[in-house]
Design a binder for this molecule. Structure first.
Ligand code: SME
Length: 153
């Protein structure tokens, strides 16, 4: 468990511009967590998930709410910790090397407004402690979104 990752993320969320803040948050996660092949955001636009700031290889730009790990995270409004993406029905392989995934909803005003999505080429890469850290980060992002009047639509 990285004791300081949430403090670092909070410092990047002091920035008023949402894209600038989330770009540094994605870089911060990528620098603190080892064995990742993708770390970033999907933003909830009108009726689908749209790619946001990220670190890693090019990725799917749009994900329907009824597809993939990210779609399930949106529908259930709950973190998805997937130890083996190959056995997750409907998993979307943006990178065929991906083996495990952690997807955390950012919930503001009772709605999912974005998701933090992390991929690893190693099965069972993500721990319960990291799930807790990313859920704290999601709560901090939701607070910044509300305080700063960020708009995602
Ligand atoms: N694997 C995700 C798609 C996003 S990429 O991993 C960046 C999914 O199944 O929803």
């Amino acid at each position: 468990m990285n004791r300081y990752i949430n403090e670092q993320i909070r410092s990047f969320l002091e920035e008023d511009d949402m894209i600038a803040a989330l770009a540094n948050v994605s870089a911060c996660i990528n620098m603190n967590y080892d064995r990742l092949n993708w770390a970033g955001f999907y933003l909830v636009r009108k009726d689908e998930l749209v790619l946001g700031p990220f670190q890693g290889k090019t990725a799917c730009t749009r994900i329907p709410f009824d597809k993939g790990v990210c779609g399930k995270c949106y529908r259930d409004m709950e973190t998805q910790l997937v130890d083996d993406v190959l056995s997750f029905p409907g998993h979307i392989a943006c990178d065929s090397a991906s083996r495990s995934e952690l997807c955390v909803p950012v919930i503001a005003g009772g709605k999912v407004i974005a998701e933090i999505d992390l991929d690893s080429p190693f099965p069972s890469r993500f721990t319960e402690d990291e799930k807790t850290e990313m859920e704290k980060a999601a709560a901090d992002i939701a607070a910044a979104y509300e305080q700063k009047g960020w708009i995602i639509e």
